[in-house]
Structure formats: structure tokens, C-alpha cells
Design a protein around this ligand. Sequence first.
Ligand code: 5GP
Ligand code: MG
Length: 196
Amino acid sequence: MQSDIERILIDRSRIADRVAEIARQITEDFTADGDHNDGAEITLVPILTGSIIFVADLIRLLPIRMQIRLVSITSYPGTATSSRGASIQKELTNLPDDLTGRHVLVIDDILDSGNTLKLIKDTLAARNPDSVRTCVLLRKQRPEAMACPVDYVCFDIPDEFVVGYGLDYNDYYRNLPEIVTLKRELIVEASEGSDT
Ligand code: 5GP
Ligand code: MG
């Protein structure tokens, strides 16, 4: 696995430092907000599967009462390295139909075309939450991503295909502790595969 890496973009200590910083910011925003006193709570919505490692690290730094509801969205099937259009996978999703009174925080691994965040925001809006905020680990420096409104971004990265720290290629490499690029010869565009 290590020999498949072309370059380490963000190492584990930079990830840890930045996740801690974002956690402090989220805690401050959610607890300073008039609607978020000590009794208030949030509904955290991780987008499967790419956000799992980020979410696991982040939530342990959030001293906020929370429920976690999962949404699975497919956009990069299998060996694809560009978005094929986002769609929700119902069998891995347990979002309540009614979110009245809830403050929602959506967490995704990476903002690329913006299709995933747009889809989740539309899906949530139909369920009447009190508020929706969004947080991504990575944002690619391309116009579509930069134009997509998002509340928290850990890192802006170049417009390259990355894996590690939860992000996959054909469902591999999620367990790499760093965010890396892969050697070019390993990346073959195809069509079928798994969720992202
Ligand atoms: P968007 O819908 O914004 O185009 O893309 C969001 C989803 O596409 C992410 O949640 C992620 O699953 C996948 N994705 C986008 N860029 C990359 C990338 O560079 N590497 C990997 N592994 N997945 C990506
Ligand atoms: Mg994803």
C-alpha cells in the first residue's frame, strides 16, 4: 500500500491540529448561538463512507450533546476519479423524515463538484430542520467547489485525486493515516463500483 503513494499532501500531525481547531470553532459557534444553550443538541449527519475517519476524530472533540444520523451518497463509483452525479443510497441511510426543532451539522470528506452538498441540503430542507450547517475535511481548488457555500473547511487542496484518512480509490486506501495522491499508473478510469 505504501508503495502506491505518489506524494503525501497532508500528514497526520497537520490533520490532527486542524481537526482540533475546527472542533473548537464548531463548539464555539454552536454553543454561542442563542438557540444552542446547554440544553440544546445537534443532529450530526456524516456522509458515508468517506467521512468516517474524520467524523470519528472530530466528534470526540465536540462536547455537544448529539445524535448521529447517516446518509450514504454515491458519486464516484468504483475506479471513477470524477463525479458521476450524486444519488442517495437508501439502504445505508437512516435520516428521520422530520427534523423539526433540530440543528443539523453535515460532515463530508471532500467538496469537489458540489453535487453531494447540494443534494444533501435539498434532502434536509424537505425535512424542516431549524438550521443546517456543513463541514468538509477537504475542498478542491476548482471553481465549482469554491462557489459552493460551506461553513467549515479544514483544508483547501489542489484539484487532484486524493485518498487516505477515509477517502478511497475503488474502496481501498481509506485506512491510510495521511492524505495522499496515488501513482498515476494505478488510476484507471472505469464505471462500476462502490459508494464513496
Ligand atoms: P462532489 O459531489 O462535491 O463532486 O464530490 C463529493 C464526493 O466525491 C466526496 O464525498 C468524495 O466521496 C468524492 N470525491 C471527490 N473528490 C475526491 C477525491 O479526490 N478523492 C476521493 N477519494 N474521493 C473524491
Ligand atoms: Mg463521499
